[in-house]
Design a protein around this ligand. Structure first.
Ligand SMILES: [Zn+2]
Length: 418
């Protein structure tokens, strides 16, 4: 580590240019360079070199990481001044020092496969579905291509994936070069260049030509695999999520592990999981049907009982607390009770969370269920409310519902609706 010298401060005047070694050799991971300036970017210390193999974030590709003069390179960015900043932690070596840089190769290799995979897939989507790439993003966990067409057919997505993998299997050469203006004008570029000066073109066999400044594989077989994870509507177009290379293998391995675990859970092989789930679904539907019938019988019996008791006493307001009755059962009982036009059902049940309460009225009653339940539930230390026709709530377990109702039923009678 060189002896420390005071930082030379931020640059004034034209930004120092840096030779980008990754343009010619994406596999170059160790290099030597001179420190041209110490600088700052967003309050972080940075180094500017005369040459670098570090790729700065741009064009949808993430920045490289690695080591520079023994310091961790936390990020690499092109500043608004156009200079290529290596953001390092720790004390930076002074201007003029020769330093060694090491690019984190596994990370770079993933980006090479993803970026090359993106070019191939973008071209395949264009060829198969006339779906032009509007933007592409290669993220830490997910990579996306946004195309300008909504509703790209599932069949076309599958065909594009097949075509892309055929190009991978074809092991064609990938070349990056700076054509002169005349040659550039002749190339069948997939999209217009974003820069006007020194346009770099990435050519994948005779399949695709695209202006790009990123790091790519040198042959298509190095991509290994292109896997489309899914496609969905996005901003009037379609967003295709994909993986390539190691990222694709990890995605598939993850999905395969989930499928195997599901298979074990269902005592079936991975391929039989859909049939096993379908069987479970049928059994669940049958169980729900049976439960519904039982609940209806229970509700019928409970309703008959409480209606009978109320009739014996000669009133239409039916107040009851049903042991172990869920909110669903209470709703069913209330429905039976309020088939009588003048009836009002004020019901409480009990379950593991306390006591559900349901208040409902018959078609000819003007009882305000919502207003009543709001007050009654509050008085019982719970909460509830709803419309004048019906209301629901929940009160704590162990409350004597009948006495709560009696203590506040009179004032709410005859209240106007609304
Ligand atoms: Zn590219």
């Amino acid at each position: 580590m060189p002896t420390s010298r005071p930082a030379s401060g931020t640059i004034s005047g034209p930004a120092p240019s840096t030779e980008r070694l990754y343009y010619d050799d994406p596999l170059l991971i160790e290099f030597r360079a001179y420190v041209k300036a110490q600088s700052e970017l967003d309050g972080k210390r940075t180094l500017i070199l005369d040459r670098t193999a570090f790729f700065p974030e741009g064009g949808g590709q993430m920045a490289d990481r690695g080591k520079l003069a023994g310091l961790d390179v936390q990020d690499v960015q092109v500043g608004t001044d156009g200079a290529l900043h290596h953001i390092v932690d720790g004390e930076a070596p002074p201007v003029g020092t020769e330093v060694t840089g090491q690019v984190d190769f596994p990370r770079r290799r993933v980006h090479m496969a993803l970026h090359t995979g993106q070019h191939i897939l973008s071209r395949a989507l264009l060829d198969v579905a006339q779906a032009e790439t509007v933007s592409a993003r290669l993220g830490e966990t997910s990579c996306t291509i946004d195309v300008g067409i909504a509703d790209v057919k599932e069949r076309d997505i599958a065909r594009a994936e097949d075509l892309a993998n055929a190009v991978v299997d074809g092991d064609v050469a990938i070349r990056s070069f700076f054509p002169d203006a005349e040659e550039l004008a002749r190339l069948p570029l997939r999209r217009e260049p974003k820069v006007s000066d020194r346009v770099r073109v990435v050519q994948i066999g005779d399949f695709d030509w695209t202006p790009c400044g990123g790091t790519h594989c040198l042959r298509s077989a190095q991509v290994g695999l292109i896997h489309i994870v899914g496609a969905e509507r996005y901003k009037g177009g379609t967003r295709v999520t994909f993986g390539a290379g190691r990222r694709a293998r990890e995605q598939l391995a993850g999905e395969s592990a989930v499928l195997r675990a599901l298979g074990q859970e269902l005592s079936s092989g991975p391929r039989d999981v859909p049939a096993a789930v379908e069987k479970l679904r049928r059994e669940l539907a049958a169980a729900r049907e049976a439960l519904g019938q039982t609940r209806a019988r229970l509700a019928q019996r409970a309703a008959d009982e409480i209606i009978g008791a109320a009739q014996a006493e000669g009133h239409e307001m039916i107040i009851a607390q049903l042991e172990d009755a869920s909110a669903e059962l209470l709703r069913a009982v209330a429905k039976r009770v309020t088939e009588r036009p003048q009836a009002v059902a004020i019901l409480a049940g009990s379950d593991e969370d306390g006591a559900p309460v349901v208040v409902a009225r018959g078609s000819a009653s003007n009882f305000d269920c919502g207003t009543f339940l709001k007050r009654a539930a509050q008085m019982a230390g719970g909460r509830g409310g709803g419309r004048p026709e019906r209301a629901e709530g929940r009160i704590p377990a162990g409350v004597d519902w009948a006495s709560v109702v009696r203590s506040c039923v009179e004032p709410s009678l005859g209240k106007k609706e609304g």
